[in-house]
Design a protein around this ligand. Structure first.
Ligand code: GLA
Length: 683
């Protein structure tokens, strides 16, 4: 596929492999023996420092050294690709500033490798830098944490720069963390090498340095019991084109059976009192203030829903739903999509606002004689699937690309855009995710026109069919899509490469959102990619590799970012924790806030981050993040947040009022954890 602006092409769902699985089977003696072999040297005549450093490896076996790549480096968490022994992240010879290093670890920011020492080593040293494969691009910072304290730091290193030595004293140390942090808000081109990296072993030590999973702490979150009293959630505003099919499922929780009502509906819409689905067609342009009501055995609830009738009025709040890619990738099929839709209802997710059920790549079959797209045998009847999803009150999404082929190599929309839009409308599709793959084979350029053109062509095609289809661009942020995505007719646009369930990926994507919040608003949203909580795995689902606190940060920030909330996991295996993350109504209300003013970064220092967004009820949502690798206090003063006076503070993950605060807030936040607050009195 065409590589987007970011160096790493979308990961295409690759999963980290245990490249050193066999190592664990080796006996300690064998490990030692391997550790003490000598490395062939490739010395750079231009780089004396590197040469001197490399020379250490001529130490004799008696010197008691263990190379970094001889421990289980597959436990490295990283933002892109897989860790490689003796090779770069792209699996090429480790090369920095023209010198090839035969030994070391090739990784990608943000990267973390935790190592248990228990006194087994006296020191660690390496030569660190960005691999030459980035052609001079990239900016990173290597850091070593020993027993919870920053013990060494390379300073910022840019691509093409000579590698620098880094070393730490490990005498009596219990554990260490090797980190590579992105030096700017994105992780693009951050191919990081730890070359000639080794431990000096403590004389007589009974164990060896051993890679261990990144330490986790209990999630900072309380799972509340289900509330039997009826409550209405989700979007408080929705829009549609007059005359086109309209569908909105009233999201409501509470002890069943629930009875749904909607008062003052525009002519042409009706509500199903049993399912809560409002369907029909809007009669004309206009704005209607509809009173939704839900009653059950434990009481009743009501809430206003604004319905806006007009042209291009979709996604007035970020879309919420599910997409097949992060769980099933190429293993998606009609049954799995149908099962996901059923699970959306039965698990209660739809009752919290999730409505879209989106098929990603690999559903496509060949074009028929007239040039219309067909499905392949995994999707025997797309129209029937759409009917079934609609009958549940939900909406169906589909995927294509502007080039001749999709990213997974299936037929795509090039020169068939209108026919595809027509076919989607006939089937009853409500959402289109439109990628970029293979378009670069048919066009080239670099300006906004080049990037926007294929999206504009599909926008025009969608405008010609009598159905509302939410339009989602998936081009990874090329050409600063946030600056022109709305003008090109997008309802949302990916602003990153593909997410995966690693801390490196999550933290990199969060920091990529810095400074692009102002382009968000009702109808057009930055899309930092789909969720990776629950069982994900691109064809072979496994429990997310993110720690519970990382998952809390993920949902916190996707709510703060007004991101499309597309669940990426296997919907048929939802556990209590995943459900609690996905159904925190107070957090979801931030995501769905009708004002749509997205969080901006207020403060960032030493891994502490504070993000704030104003909400339409006059309160403020504030997220306090610990992006660092040690517990730390994260706080914000009212002055920093632009607030004043005694203000009520509510903790949205502990579901607890914290009382009135006059000057600010401060919390001990676990490693990679997040605190989400609502501050101020609602109007
Ligand atoms: C790209 C996208 C993914 C997914 C795949 C499908 O990589 O970024 O989200 O849609 O294509 O092939």
């Amino acid at each position: 596929m065409t590589i987007p602006i970011s160096a790493p092409a979308p990961s295409r769902g690759r999963i980290r492999t245990a490249s050193f699985a066999g190592l664990a089977l080796l006996s300690t003696a064998l490990l030692y023996a391997t550790a003490l072999q000598q490395a062939p040297l490739h010395l750079c005549p231009r780089c004396m420092e590197a040469a001197q450093w490399s020379g250490i490896f001529q130490a004799s076996p008696q010197n008691g050294k263990l190379r970094l790549e001889q421990i289980n480096i597959s436990l490295t968490e990283q933002g892109y690709g897989t860790p490689h022994a003796d090779k770069s992240v792209d699996n090429k010879p480790l090369t920095m500033h023209g010198t090839v290093y035969s030994r070391g670890l090739g990784t990608h920011a943000n990267s973390a490798l935790a190592i248990r020492l228990n006194g087994s080593a006296t020191s660690f040293q390496a030569l660190v830098g960005i691999d030459d494969e980035t052609n001079g691009k990239g900016l990173v910072d290597f850091e070593i944490i020993v027993d919870g304290r920053v013990a060494a730091n390379s300073g910022l290193l840019h691509g093409g720069q000579a590698p620098v030595p880094i070393s730490v004293n490990l005498a009596r140390a219990r554990q260490m963390l090797l980190l590579v942090k992105a030096g700017r808000s994105s992780i693009d081109f951050d191919h990081a090498d730890w070359a000639n990296a080794f431990f000096t072993l403590a004389p007589g030590a009974k164990s060896l340095p051993t890679a261990v999973p990144i330490p986790t702490e209990p999630p900072r979150m309380v799972i509340p019991p289900p509330n039997p009293h009826p409550a209405i959630h989700g979007a408080a505003i929705t829009g549609a084109t007059p005359g086109y099919p309209f569908r909105f499922l009233i999201p409501a929780t509470g002890q069943k059976p629930l009875y749904y009502a909607a008062h003052h509906l525009p002519a042409g819409l009706t509500v199903n009192h049993v399912t809560g689905a409002i369907t029909g067609r809007l009669p004309h342009k206009g704005v209607w203030h509809v009173e939704l009501a839900v009653a059950g055995p434990r009481g009743h609830a009501d809430r206003m829903l604004t319905i806006v009738g007009g042209w291009h009025k979709l996604a007035l709040t970020p879309p919420m739903g599910w997409n097949s890619w992060n769980s099933w990738a190429g293993n998606v099929n009609q049954q799995r999509v149908e099962d996901a839709a059923k699970a959306m209802i039965n698990s209660g997710l739809a009752a919290h606002g999730y409505q879209y059920v989106n098929i990603d790549d690999t559903w496509e079959g060949p074009r028929d004689k007239q040039g219309f797209i067909t499905t392949n045998k995994k999707f025997p009847n797309m129209a029937a699937l759409a009917r079934s999803v609609h009958a549940m009150g939900l909406k169906l999404g589909i995927y294509s690309s502007p080039g001749p082929f999709t990213c997974a190599g299936y037929p795509a929309s090039y020169r068939h855009e209108l026919q595809d839009a027509q076919r989607y409308a006939q089937w009853g599709v409500d959402y289109l995710k439109y990628d970029w793959c293979s378009y670069g084979q048919k066009a080239n350029g670099s300006g906004v026109e080049y990037f926007a053109k294929p999206y504009w062509i599909m926008r025009k095609s969608l405008d010609m069919v009598p159905r509302d289809i939410l339009f989602s661009f998936c081009q990874y942020g090329m050409g600063d899509v946030w600056k022109w995505g709305a003008r090109a007719g997008g309802n949302c646009w990916r602003d990153t490469g593909d997410i995966n369930d690693s801390w490196g990926s999550l933290s990199g994507i969060i920091n990529r959102q810095i400074g692009i919040n102002q382009y968000n608003g009702p109808g057009h949203w930055n899309d930092p990619d789909m969720l990776v909580v629950g069982d994900v795995g691109w064809g072979n689902p496994h429990p997310s590799h993110l720690t519970p606190n990382e998952q809390i940060m993920h949902i916190t920030m996707w709510c703060m970012f007004s991101a499309p909330l597309l669940i990426g996991c296997d919907m048929t295996h939802l556990n209590k924790f995943t459900l609690a993350l996905l159904t925190n109504d107070e957090a979801l209300a931030i995501n769905q806030d009708p004002m749509g003013v997205t969080a901006h970064l207020v403060y960032q220092k030493g891994g502490a981050e504070v993000w704030e967004r104003p909400l339409s009820d006059g309160t403020h949502a504030v997220a306090l993040l610990n992006m660092g690798d040690m517990d730390q206090k994260v706080g914000a003063t009212w002055a920093q947040l632009g607030l004043k006076g005694k203000l009520p503070v509510r903790d949205l993950w502990l579901h607890k009022n914290l009382g009135l605060k006059q000057y600010g807030v401060s919390f001990k936040v676990p490693i990679h954890g997040a605190v989400l607050l609502k501050i101020g009195k609602a109007r």
